[in-house]
Design a protein around this ligand. Sequence first.
Ligand SMILES: [Zn+2]
Ligand SMILES: [Zn+2]
Length: 456
Amino acid sequence: MKVSDKTCCKCKTEAATVLIRQAYYCQSCFNFTFVGKYRSILLRLRNGNRQNGKVLLACSGGPSSIAMVNLTKNFMRVVPTEKKKVQLIPEAIVCHIDESTLFENNKGYSEKLTENMKKDFADFEYFSHRLEEVFGPEFTSSGEFNKILKSTSGGVENGEYEHFVQCVQSNSNRPLAEQLQALFNSIKRTAAKEDLIWNLKMKMLVTIARREGCSFIFMGDSATRQAIKMIAMTSKGRGYTLPLDIGVDNELSFKDVCIMRPMKDMLSKEIGFYNYFNKIDRYIMPAYNFSTMMPAKSSIERLTEDFIVSIEREFSSTVSTICRTITKLQPSATMDLTKTCAMCLMPLEAGIAEWRRHITVTDVEGSELPSEKNGCGDCSTAGGCCSTTDKKEDKAVVDMNKFMCYNCQVNLKDYNSTTIENLPPYMAESIVDQSRDSRLLDQIKDFLINDDDDEE
Ligand SMILES: [Zn+2]
Ligand SMILES: [Zn+2]
């Protein structure tokens, strides 16, 4: 039976034009329901003592983020004729990250998007940053850090568990775009590339949000994308941070910025209809990424996408069932938010290296820490830390794995020494800062009063 032979399930008068999860809607009822879903998520902004702050809309130019920008526009002003006179978002900016340095096919997209935004979405201030800018000092915490990491052991390449690095002054004058290309060219596995590019973009969005005084970042992940991420991230070993990685609102990862996913209830099919009905599909740009035109088995994420999309075609409640599970996810009560992964910025579970040794069948003999073999007694780090005139902490050799979550440790196996050297300075900075803190803590631990002692 054709869709147009049915009447709308909501108004019961108009002829239906769309079929969503076995329900028929006319165009205006579909729009009303779609906008209503967005509104109900925005109402979460008013939950608790949350301030109604400025919002950064992350916009890739894909269907979901374009829909999100258009939806947000309507919640920024009060329409006197409308019944519900609430302005849910006081101020918002649109931020696009231009990836054309890595993907030739995306050239010119950013310029086109800039033009469209300035012309048709003038309510928003618009920012476009090139991905390679992440190598600049602007994206470090101190705003001036320009050192890089250098592999000293190559442990990962030898199939061992540690990867020792030293932090050295960067004396590269190479253009940032070349550094970005060198970084990604040195990684072979698509999954490792996909995760890395995602981490770089996240770092940029959080930094830009802080710079512009935004207290929220809106990500345009659709229900379909959320379902794919949930399965893919679980298989990649991100179970610990999953509630933060994909939850509707993550207030825990960053003290000053809350990450929200207001499109999480919309199927990509619904987003397609909304964009079409509202004539905003002309702004969409078919972005290329590492798995475009690649076979399904090129990465976990790509494989999961194929899997979910094909089941959804037969069983239209697949995505919504997975998404309902996401709303039930809670971060562990014992999660330590002070230690974060230098790569993905998410909280770090303690003792991963030990755990990995337990579950992996490998001969780990001889992989003891160099500090145990030839470590310096003074600062308890390995290899010539005190023999140079440099500040000790800069020459200290640290195991990179200690500052990375499980998923990022797995990806580290695909990094060679060129990759490590080409990682952006903000990662080196995070490792240096956190290792200094932990060494300091180590030195004074005997003088600290442990909270647990009181209870015994
Ligand atoms: Zn209707
Ligand atoms: Zn990580």
